[in-house]
Write a protein that binds this ligand. Structure first.
Ligand code: HEM
Length: 242
C-alpha cells in the first residue's frame, strides 16, 4: 500500500516476517562467524574468554547453527507467500537480468550507467540470493556431518571440513558486498529502510526496481500519470513482497 512519510511517498516492500527472518539470519550468521574464528586461528584466541572458553564457544556455535536454520522454516510457516515470491523471482532470469551486470559494475565504482529496468529483486540480488542459498546448504549439510561424525562414513567426514570452509569463505565475501550496497553505496543505501521499516520511497522503487514499479502502477497501487487515483493494492500480494 502507498503512504506518505516526511512528505515522501512510500510503498510497502517487505512484510514483518521477512524483516524478522532477515535479521535473525544476519544475527545467526555473524554469531556463527565470531564463535568459529578462534577455532580457525590463534590470532582470534582472545575471543574465547568472550564466549566463556573453547567448550562454550563450540556449544554456542551449535546453538547459533540451529538459529541459522530457523528463518527458512519460520518463513515457510508464517509467510509462505513472501518466501515463494522470493524463490520464484530469483529463478526467473530474462534478458534484462543478464543486461544488468555490465552497467552495474560501472555504477558500483561511482560512474554513471544506464541499468535496465529491474524486477522486485534486481539481477545482483537474485545472484546474491542463489549463492547465499547454496552456501547455506553447504554450511548446514557439512555442519550436520561435523556435528556427529561417528554417524557418517569416513570419506564424507573428510569432505565436510573443506566444504564448510569454502561455504564460510564464499558467504562472508558476499556479505561484505551486500552490506556495502545496503549501508555504504550512495545510490542503493536507500534500500535499508525497506529491511527496517518495510517500505521504500517511490523514487527508489522507480529507479532501482523499474519493472516492479510498473507493475504497481498497473495494479493501481501507486499513482502513475497525473490525475489517476491510487488505490489499495489488490490482495494478490504478487508484487509487494508481502
Ligand atoms: C548488517 C548486515 C546486513 C545488512 C545491513 C543487510 C541489508 C539488506 C537489505 C537492505 C536488503 C533489502 C534489499 C532490497 O530492498 O532489495 C537485504 C536483503 C537480503 N539480505 Fe541482507 N543485510 C545484512 C546481512 C545479511 C546476511 C548476513 C545475509 C545472509 C547470510 C543476508 C541475506 C540477504 C538476502 C538473501 C536478501 C534478499 C536479496 C538481496 O537483497 O540480495 N543479509 N539485506
Amino acid at each position: 500500500m502507498m503512504s506518505k512519510n516526511n512528505n515522501q511517498e512510500t510503498v510497502r516492500r517487505f512484510s514483518k516476517p521477512v524483516i524478522v527472518a532477515h535479521w535473525l539470519n544476519a544475527f545467526a550468521f555473524f554469531a556463527l562467524l565470531l564463535t568459529a574464528l578462534p577455532m580457525y586461528t590463534d590470532f582470534f584466541n582472545w575471543l574465547y574468554p568472550v564466549f566463556g572458553g573453547p567448550a562454550n564457544a563450540r556449544l554456542l556455535h551449535r546453538i547459533f547453527a540451529i538459529m541459522f536454520i530457523l528463518p527458512t522454516i519460520f518463513m515457510i510457516l508464517v509467510d509462505p507467500k513472501s518466501f515463494f515470491h522470493w524463490i520464484k523471482q530469483i529463478i526467473s532470469w530474462k534478458k534484462h537480468d543478464f543486461q544488468f551486470f555490465a552497467p552495474f559494475a560501472k555504477d558500483f565504482i561511482g560512474k554513471h550507467a544506464d541499468v535496465p529496468k529491474q524486477d522486485f529483486y534486481n539481477a545482483g540480488e537474485k545472484l546474491n540470493s542463489i549463492v547465499q542459498i547454496l552456501t547455506t546448504i553447504m554450511l548446514i549439510g557439512s555442519g550436520i556431518v561435523m556435528w556427529g561424525p561417528d554417524n557418517f562414513p569416513k570419506g564424507l567426514v573428510l569432505w565436510a571440513y573443506p566444504i564448510h570452509n569454502i561455504g564460510v569463505g564464499l558467504a562472508a565475501t558476499l556479505v561484505v558486498g551486500h552490506i556495502y550496497l545496503s549501508i555504504g553505496h550512495p545510490k542503493s543505501k536507500a534500500s535499508l529502510r525497506g529491511m527496517i521499516k518495510g517500505d521504500v520511497s517511490l523514487e527508489y522503487a522507480k529507479e532501482h526496481h523499474g519493472r516492479w514499479y510498473d507493475e504497481l502502477i498497473q495494479q493501481e497501487v501507486v499513482q502513475g500519470k497525473k490525475g489517476k487515483k491510487s488505490k489499495a493494492p489488490s490482495n494478490s500480494g504478487k508484487n509487494l513482497g508481502v
